[in-house]
Design a protein around this ligand. Sequence first.
Ligand SMILES: NC(=O)c1ccc[n+]([C@@H]2O[C@H](COP(=O)([O-])OP(=O)(O)OC[C@H]3O[C@@H](n4cnc5c(N)ncnc54)[C@H](OP(=O)(O)O)[C@@H]3O)[C@@H](O)[C@H]2O)c1
Length: 309
Amino acid sequence: MEAKGSEWWSGETVAVVTGANRGIGLEICRQLADKGLTVIMTARKPQEQLSSSAKQFLQDAAELGRKNVIFHTLDIAQEQSVLDFVDWLKLHVGNIDILVNNAAIQTAEIDWLFLKQNHVDVITFLGTPDCGRVTSESHELAKECIHTNYHGTKTLTNALLPLLRPTPYKARIIMVSSVAGLLYYLRDEELKKQLSEVEDLTEQKIEGVLNLFLEDLKSEKGMEKWPLQLPAYSTSKAAMNAYTRLLASKLKGIACVNSVHPGLVRTDLSEYNGNLSAPEGAENIVRVALFPVGGPSGHNFLEREDSEF
Ligand SMILES: NC(=O)c1ccc[n+]([C@@H]2O[C@H](COP(=O)([O-])OP(=O)(O)OC[C@H]3O[C@@H](n4cnc5c(N)ncnc54)[C@H](OP(=O)(O)O)[C@@H]3O)[C@@H](O)[C@H]2O)c1
């Protein structure tokens, strides 16, 4: 790989992006491809069923004769889909340099109209008990949210670790997280401690916290330990952040692993509420993916700000 100035990447630099059918994921692919990297654009739908904007992006790339955008189906919540994708990658691509874990779901209902009419911004909403009445979430949906956002992301990441290219530039893993995943929103000191003590973190510990969340939700014995709003989504992202720290420590010297909140971005997930466009949200992710050599690992960024977890 040749590097120009602080640009350590080239056309041989391979980036895998998940959840690229729409929203921020699609824009991450566009920006990485525009910078000349080879982009493995993935989505849970097969190519013929992609959104019109994803199809247009692939069609434009083909018409321009661009060989640096390759599509493959990948449903991170389906283990077989992950295995098939990794087999295909090994056979047709080989090593990868960047993994952007962007795919996620948010399964609580939010009454955006209520928030708008009462001038409640999302940050206030996340921390305000009075807004609690505007969200609802079943146990089944909460389980699906945690399964996709945490277990799906972890399964894919672990399966791709052997393919990370060993280079002086270091491979990069970016967890597209959320401000909702800050430990601040967990309302139990012991839980915060469990997810924050990096030296004692294990996958089992993180999964123990997620199992406890689902048990508490099912037993309805009380959700007082858990985030007030979007409890499953917030808890899944807090677990993802803990996994970022665990992986950063495990891959020290091999890869940079960071979490990034893209901002409040107008996409389907936010029902088009937010102060940023999808390209602006994607820029916050791409910036971290392409940090100059020697950049941070084990950090959490809220948009462009280095933040506590
Ligand atoms: N928008 C915001 O304000 C905001 C704020 C903080 C964090 N984020 C994070 O930013 C990331 C992107 O969100 P977005 O706003 O772009 O949301 P979005 O428009 O809803 O896009 C999410 C994408 O993830 C895909 N996806 C869901 N489950 C999947 C699975 N099992 N396997 C593969 N792909 C899957 C969806 O696929 P389909 O198209 O097939 O449904 C969709 O393309 C997420 O991690 C989200 O948590 C967003």
